[in-house]
Design a protein around this ligand. Structure first.
Ligand code: G
Ligand code: G
Ligand code: MN
Ligand code: NA
Length: 252
């Protein structure tokens, strides 16, 4: 309860910050996008990990406000970059299943785009597999409404939930994000290598982009590229960066 009221206050006090992790074309290193990751700098607790405060926000319903705040600020910053001629590609925002389940996501996206003036094609939403499959029929309708706003959709942590291939075919998504747990032990681990190859082939067969997460080594980058996964994100390219550092990274 202490943490809950602290989080509520944090939203108002500006203790939440957005970091941006570059996503690149692993062939030439060109930036193709960035993932937005929320950070909480608590005056006494220090930095609280989103792995800790996002679940809390979901339990308390605060995720609806927090999610709206993240979307608005991410779109506003991204529009500023465009105005200054910084080409970041697209900006990928994580959304919680709660935002979709309560159907607030369509209005939140419309409002963030309208207020910021960011072209919809610049915004991508990352949704987790587990949530989509849990209520697949509902999810399809909501995701279609989002796509109709002109944004793109990615499935986050792909392979860790339980995807039905039937739904995958019907979902209006455009990118599969290969979970970092499958990338970590590449290229030595034969099972992980097989899983990555299968996901890449699935993406190709369905006409979807695949983006590998958690790429940390040159050997991982080479393996993924060789097997047809061009897009990647991870410490090999850059850690998540505060806005100013990300702007510098773009103009490096
Ligand atoms: O940034 P990493 O550093 O620790 O993030 C941990 C987890 O928190 C990831 O699973 C990420 O998807 C999630 N996360 C980070 N920022 C946000 C956000 O703004 N909204 C939601 N729903 N999840 C987020
Ligand atoms: O669940 P989601 O994929 O949204 O969260 C991304 C998480 O992965 C964040 O916590 C981010 O800080 C972390 N991350 C990003 N790149 C790397 C990496 O190369 N290695 C590891 N171990 N974690 C990473
Ligand atoms: Mn993500
Ligand atoms: Na992920």
């Amino acid at each position: 309860i202490l943490l809950e009221s602290a989080l509520r206050r944090a939203l108002e006090a500006g203790e939440l910050q957005l970091h941006f992790q570059p996503q690149v074309d692993m062939d030439d290193g060109r930036p193709i996008g960035c993932e937005v990751l929320a950070r909480w700098h608590h005056p006494e607790l220090g930095t609280v990990s989103p792995a800790r405060f996002i679940p809390l926000a979901e339990e308390t319903g605060l995720i609806l406000e927090l999610g709206a705040w993240v979307l608005e600020n991410a779109c506003r910053l991204a529009k500023g970059w465009l105005d200054r001629g910084l080409d970041f590609g697209r900006i990928a925002v994580n959304v919680s299943g709660c935002q979709i389940r309560h159907r607030v996501i369509c209005d939140q996206v419309a409002q963030a785009l309208a207020r910021s003036g960011l072209p919809p094609s610049r915004l991508e939403l990352e949704v987790t597999e587990g949530f989509i499959m849990e209520k697949a029929e509902d999810a399809i309708g909501i995701l279609e409404a989002l796509r109709d706003q002109g944004i793109t959709l990615a499935i986050d942590d792909f392979g860790t939930g339980y995807s039905s291939l039937v739904y995958l075919k019907r979902l209006p998504i455009h990118c599969l994000k290969i979970d970092q747990s499958f990338v970590r032990d590449l290229p030595e681990d034969r099972e992980d290598a097989a899983i990555c190859q299968a996901v890449i082939a699935l993406g190709q067969a369905l006409g979807l982009e695949t983006l590998a997460e958690g790429v940390e080594t040159e050997a991982q980058r080479r393996f993924l590229l060789q097997h047809g996964c061009r897009l990647g994100q991870g410490y090999l390219f850059s850690r998540p960066l505060p806005a100013e550092a990300f702007e510098k990274w773009l103009t490096r």
